[in-house]
Design a protein around this ligand. Sequence first.
Ligand SMILES: Nc1ncnc2c1ncn2[C@@H]1O[C@H](COP(=O)(O)OP(=O)(O)OP(=O)(O)O)[C@@H](O)[C@H]1O
Ligand SMILES: [Mg+2]
Length: 282
Amino acid sequence: MIVARASITRVNEVFNEEPAINDNDGDPELTVKNGSVEFRNVSFKYSEEAEKNILENINLTVKEGEMLGIIGATGSAKSTLVNLIPRLYDATEGEVLVGGENVKHYKFKNLREGVSVVLQQTMLFSGTIAENIRWGKMDATDEEVIAAAKAAQAHDFIMEKENGYDTELGHGGNTVSGGQRQRLCMARAFIKKPKVLILDDSTSAVDTATDAQVRAELRSDAFKDITKIIIAQRITSIMDADRIIILDDGKICGMGTHDELVKNNEIYQEIFVSQQEGVLAQ
Ligand SMILES: Nc1ncnc2c1ncn2[C@@H]1O[C@H](COP(=O)(O)OP(=O)(O)OP(=O)(O)O)[C@@H](O)[C@H]1O
Ligand SMILES: [Mg+2]
């Protein structure tokens, strides 16, 4: 009995704890005005007890409309870095700014209306393809749904399905392939016309030709004013970005264009050479 009571108390303690992140201090009137993103002396760790920072003193300014590529080994904290932008986590030290404002000054709803993220673990819901895309903008017209699907290179495979946009996705979206899931999730992010678009390894399961088509789309006028932050494993996915940063163990250890990094950055050269060998071996 005593044991049971002790555990009930513990459960209550857990449930009564304030969630670590809230938007109580957010200004309901404040919306994301432009797509600039800035990290000022940002360090981060997932738990207070952890000894080592996962991100270490990140300073980075991304201009409105810029395309920033991020590359780095697995575990180098690429996802952690971008997840601070829509406040999935808060910086342990330093500040993250979107549209010139500290992300903590926004209500979640307004911040996330301005910042669209396609997470590395893509999520689809049961419901139709159209409903899944429209999740990004509930009042979108059919034309907007189709335009977003086209930009994400999803329209053609959708039309090949017997019920097209009305195709029911099973629980967890298991009626589509991995690459198709990624494209539907990109369409959902595109339809919002956000100020900041973040793609976390969002074309890893699509073929290189489709990947190139998505990139061409992101370079088009429709995306001109949208800040694009793209995490990729393949250098080809980000080599035409305005700027590329290389993360190594939570630190920025190189920044520049593809041509600059190929000349000057050892880690980038290593990745580039290893991926070219991969191509030659095929
Ligand atoms: N929710 C979490 N709680 C605790 N540690 C985490 C969590 N998510 C990631 N980590 C740790 O933080 C570090 C950075 O992880 P992160 O997922 O940001 O790397 P990544 O560069 O995105 O890797 P990948 O290329 O595999 O996607 C890793 O050591 C990882 O184990
Ligand atoms: Mg990741």
